[in-house]
Write a protein that binds this ligand. Structure first.
Ligand SMILES: [Cu+2]
Length: 265
């Protein structure tokens, strides 16, 4: 029992250290995001990262020490454990234990990510070459969202803006603190709706509807992109989510409650 305590302490310390130190290492690390799930995904990512670091240090450490200290030129005699049952059991059970140790927390987070029940509102996201269509299924609101970066910036005629290729004409406005269910599909080819801060990345498949959800903790603008090679303008279909408080969301809904039947070009 007394042996176990330091191990738990080290894992907790590493995850805590990961949260405080590695969370700010953008753009070198994953984002911690702005939802409960995205924080859990980040913790999972750091936990598995540290497990890999420990495995790497142990394996390469043993290899390097063996090569230096136990080399033939210093007269070391090779150990013989051919057909050793103990070694066979050890190198089967140790990786199995590591895999189970990673699979249990990963499965818990995955089950939570897939649970789209009891949503406060539903937004249907339809992908097109190359734009997004958003429909608020409980409201009379729907609109297209297209890249807003001027072509002059893309062709280097004009200086590039701060959010180059990550700005749209119509942002997806969502309320904070509400469970938003996304129904994601496509009208033509495969696309993928990906917003890292929400830990949502789902394929948009013609003829199928994929589900995902997010409950955003803090107001702000969160940017994403299509994450599936979908054709010529794949790199030109950004996603912008603006999370606002309930009052602002209701005002926005009222001002957009007439369906905008934007004609497809
Ligand atoms: Cu796409």
């Amino acid at each position: 029992m007394t042996q176990k305590k330091p191990k738990i302490g080290i894992t907790t310390c590493l995850v805590f250290l990961s949260q405080s130190v590695f969370a700010d290492l953008q753009p070198y690390n994953m984002t911690t995001g702005v939802t409960d799930i995205s924080a859990k995904v980040f913790d999972l990512h750091m936990l598995i990262f540290w497990i890999c670091v420990v495995i790497g240090v142990v394996v390469f450490g043993v290899m390097i020490i063996s090569m230096i200290k136990h080399r033939k030129s210093v007269g070391h005699k090779a150990a013989q454990f051919h057909e050793s049952t103990t070694a066979e059991i050890a190198w089967t059970l140790v990786p199995l234990a590591i895999l189970i140790g990673m699979a249990i927390p990963a499965t818990n987070v995955l089950i939570e990510m897939e649970d789209t029940s009891a949503a406060d509102l539903t937004v249907k996201v339809t992908a097109y070459q190359w734009m997004w269509h958003y429909e608020y299924l409980d409201e009379k609101v729907d609109f297209f969202s297209r890249l807003a970066t001027p072509r002059e910036q893309i062709y280097n005629v004009q200086g590039k803006g701060e959010n180059y290729l990550l700005e749209v004409d119509n942002e997806l406005v969502l309320p904070v603190g509400k469970k938003v269910r996304f129904l994601i599909t496509s009208n033509d080819v495969l696309h993928a709706w990906w917003v890292p801060d929400l830990a949502v990345k789902k394929d948009a498949i013609p003829g199928f509807i994929n589900e995902s959800w997010a409950k955003i903790d803090k107001p702000g603008v969160y940017r994403g992109q299509c994450a599936e090679l979908c054709g010529r303008d794949h790199g030109f279909m950004p996603i912008v989510v603006r999370a606002v408080d309930e009052n602002e969301y209701q005002q926005w809904l009222q001002s957009h409650s007439q369906p905008q039947q934007t004609a497809l070009q």
